[in-house]
Design a protein around this ligand. Sequence first.
Ligand code: PLP
Length: 361
Amino acid sequence: MSLHFDLRANPKPRSESERAAVLANPGFGMYFTDHMAVATWTATDGWHDSAIVPYGPFSLDPATAVLHYAQQIFEGLKAYRHADGTIWTFRPDKNAERMSRSARRLALPALPAEDFLSSIEELVAADVAWVPTAPEQSLYLRPFMFATEAFLGVRPAKRVTYCCFASPAGSYFASGLRPVSIWISMLYSRAAPGGTGAAKCGGNYAASLLPQQEALDHGCDQVMFADATEHCYLEELGGMNVYMITTDNELITPELTGTILEGVTRDSILTLAPEFGLTPVERRVSIAELLEGIGSGKVTELFACGTAAVATPIGTLHNEDGSHQVGSGESGETTLALRKRLLDIQYGRAKDTYGWMRRVL
Ligand SMILES: *Cc1c(COP(=O)(O)O)cnc(C)c1O
């Protein structure tokens, strides 16, 4: 039986002028809308108590399992307002599937895809006034699930909370799109074989914070991780997948080995490659190959991709040996074209030839 997310309206929603002030400069992840979707799962009753409720804090027992053992997963996607006022999400079925896979790895209950989708759609319907109208702005949606049983024993919790809230988002890069610099971490790994690298869980992010700090300390924007076993193959950034383009017109991304998060953006770019005369390739890429390719000019462009960043050019790589500039260090032409193609589909400026968009309202 599918869940219903009926609206229990916020009695004190933000005023129109407060909302307008937020939407004038939303930034990223700083402001939240008037409502959130919630549902509870228990081992005895399954999923129940689903609703759209006023946005607000949870009250948690200090023994709540997630606070100790990090049994938690999340998703991230966006709602886009098209020029005709209609509102759409991009491949939300992929997020629903991934959340189920993540849930399995973290021993959490699967939320059926139809319930995931209706939680998002009912939330967006309740807070439709928060979907920005300005170009390149969107309503970021953050579905997540966490263990809420108050019990210190180490086993999967018998009580779990699902929640989805929404946050208006401006352009990810406040000062306009510019190539980012990347630190290749040789000291730390993000994910090991048999671990949780393919699951979207908070613990992976916790483990990436110190390496990210290491990147910042070296004057870089982001950290790039290598495989944990040999420390010689390219994996991904803390929260973005990575691509390179070569003079052979190949669009190459590290293959999914179980330690890489399968991004929806990554998958979409593989599909779009032939439109740009590029052959999509998923294979292992060693850091040595990448650096040699950058040095010889064989690697012409390098970029990171994800829901928030879309496709973002990487201008330079840094490691203990020094810095390696990709091409001229400027934004790659094909990277920008791929980025524009994705945004045009997402914002309804181009025909949705792949059937990726799902109308919410
Ligand atoms: C979410 C995420 C990505 C990007 O996935 P998208 O579905 O494209 O947003 C890449 N790597 C990691 C580690 C992530 O958590």
